[in-house]
Design a protein around this ligand. Structure first.
Ligand code: NAD
Length: 518
């Protein structure tokens, strides 16, 4: 019975915020299977970045409400963990079907709150859907190991068991994909979950939760609490939460990593990035330029795997002008405009930050080949638009290089050799992704071997692995031991119990010596 009968609030064009509990704009929490309005009178407006209309309001969940969400998850755990794995898989099987059916609704929610184009929003949902599909095979993924007759008549086997209550804290840039990196893996392993969506775009999480319940996820297995720092700190400190998954900026990620670890939790923390594309002169020009433009400006540069820096090696530097031509041809508009290639950035503050970093590049000597800062989008004059922007002659000491810009800004650098290009990439503190464009297998292999980045593309600009692998950012882009989804994701959300059994006539006599295998 769609709580998003309240869907009309979701896409409301009424810009009269009222932060009172009970307001039709308020996004409910999900506690113990019920969508409930928070009693808090504090909330944050969710703003459509193309229009500035208030889409909804996110309450700052109270401490008591947070505690009841964790209690609901804790209560649901014993029966969920003993629910047969095949039944848990079937919930995912149904969920993937429901996500497909609701693809347009999810994409519209994402575009309305986050700004990306509808087509890109569908991709956001689809990449999350693939994790749900993968979780349908959890019985195989979660298998333990068995060694028979480790000693006379004695066998040892290991079982992967769920941890208990796990929690997830999400960023704004992939409102569907990131919650779906977490929840399907965690709950199909038998855990229960408390999710804190980004306060900037909670809509997709709410729809997904409703679908998960329709798919048969029992009450309390997935709970949602809204809020910002206080809710996050409550997650880090809570004694009943066993593991925390975080995706977002380094400031928040490192804080969460240390605070949650300090209270004994497992943490996986995916953070910021500065991904480089290294272009060799022997690369296929057309395909490479298309890849660079798509990966630099797609989603208005707000992807953690956006290719925000190009290192042109040798004569490939003459391709700069060709990138400018292609970037100029992109259409910037509201994500709902079917012609749009890129939409707005998430907020006025984000736009200001992007413009400030571009300006700092100019002031430190970079050449501004294309300036999208003053773009006007007809019909959407209030939107946070930044058009494609290209800075050339950037050097490693510039602030625009050192900081993650997270906007539609492509930074161009130059190197005389592949070795020099690899050095540039390796000196950067981040290690999410790096790509090489070349027709030389020898160069590609050298790059793959020597590059210090967790995800490498060879003529592939955004090498985000599918769910049977894991998302393997490294260096400052990741903190923790076990990555998101894939085998590592299953390991993160499970702990191993090792059983040694003896079914034979038990030995007589007492021996106090350390047992050894014989
Ligand atoms: P953010 O860190 O501002 O917010 C992420 C979450 O942390 C939100 O839920 C927010 O409420 C919470 N938060 C923010 N500041 C906090 C603080 N001081 N204390 C406690 N909680 C806090 O990130 P964002 O702007 O939403 O997302 C963009 C960032 O996420 C970029 O840096 C991007 O590279 C990164 N990202 C990384 C990956 C990856 O897999 N490596 C994927 C997507 C996004």
């Amino acid at each position: 019975p769609g709580i998003f009968g309240a869907v009309n609030y979701r896409f409301s064009t009424v810009a009269q915020p009222s932060s009172r509990p009970g307001s039709s704009l308020r996004v409910p929490n999900l506690i113990g299977g019920r969508f409930v309005d928070s009693h808090s009178s504090d909330s944050i407006d969710v703003i459509n970045p193309a229009t500035q209309e208030v889409v909804s309001q996110v309450p700052l969940t109270t401490k008591e409400e947070f505690t009841s969400a964790v209690s609901a998850a804790k209560e649901a755990f014993p029966s969920w963990r003993s629910t047969p794995i095949t039944t848990r898989q079937r919930v995912m099987l149904k969920l993937q079907e429901l996500i497909r059916k609701n693809m347009d609704k999810l994409a519209l929610s994402i575009t309305t709150e986050q700004g990306k184009t509808l087509k890109d929003a569908q991709g956001d949902v689809f990449r999350g859907l693939e994790v749900v599909e993968h979780a349908c095979g959890m019985a195989t993924l979660q298998m333990g190991e068995y060694v028979s007759n480790v000693s006379n008549g004695i066998d040892t086997y290991s079982i992967r068991e769920p941890l208990g209550v796990c929690a997830g804290i999400c960023p704004f840039n992939f409102p569907a994909m990131i919650p779906l990196w977490m929840v399907p893996v965690a709950v199909t392993c038998g855990n229960t979950f408390v999710l804190k969506p980004s306060e900037k775009d909670p809509g997709a999480s709410m729809i997904l939760a409703e679908l998960a319940m329709e798919a048969g996820l029992p009450d309390g297995v997935l709970n949602i609490v809204h809020g910002t720092n206080d809710t996050v700190n409550a997650i880090c400190d809570d004694e009943d939460i066993r593991a925390v998954s975080f995706v977002g900026s380094n400031t928040a990620g490192m804080h969460i990593y240390s605070r949650a670890s300090a209270s004994g939790k497992r943490v996986q923390s995916n953070m910021g990035a500065k991904n480089h594309g290294v272009v060799l002169p022997d690369a296929n020009i057309d395909a490479t330029l298309n890849a660079l433009v798509a990966a630099g400006f797609g989603a208005a540069g707000q992807r953690c795997m956006a290719l925000s820096t190009v290192v042109f090696v040798g004569d490939s530097k003459f391709w700069e002008d060709k990138i400018v031509e292609r970037a100029k041809a992109l259409k910037v508009s509201a994500g709902t405009d079917p012609e749009a290639d890129l939409g707005p950035v998430i907020s006025k503050q984000a736009k200001e930050r992007v413009c400030r970093l571009v300006q700092s590049g100019v002031e430190s000597g970079a050449r501004l080949l294309l300036d999208g800062r003053n773009i006007k989008v007809p019909g959407y004059e209030q939107g946070n638009f930044v058009g494609p922007t290209i800075l050339a002659d950037v050097t490693a000491d510039m602030e625009c290089y050192k900081e993650e810009i997270f906007g539609p800004v492509l930074i161009c650098m130059q190197a005389d050799s592949l070795d020099e290009a690899i050095n540039i990439v390796n000196r950067n503190k981040y290690g999410n992704g790096a790509a090489i464009f070349t027709s030389s297998g020898i160069a590609a292999r050298k790059f793959q071997t020597e590059i210090e980045a967790g995800q490498v593309g060879i003529n592939v600009p955004i090498p985000v692995p599918l769910p049977f692998f894991s998302f393997t950012g490294s260096k400052s882009s990741f903190a923790g031991d076990l990555n998101f989804y894939g085998k590592a994701g299953v390991q993160f959300y499970t702990q191993i119990k090792t059983v040694t059994q003896q079914w034979k006539d038990l030995p007589g006599g007492v021996s106090l010596a350390m047992p050894t295998s014989q």
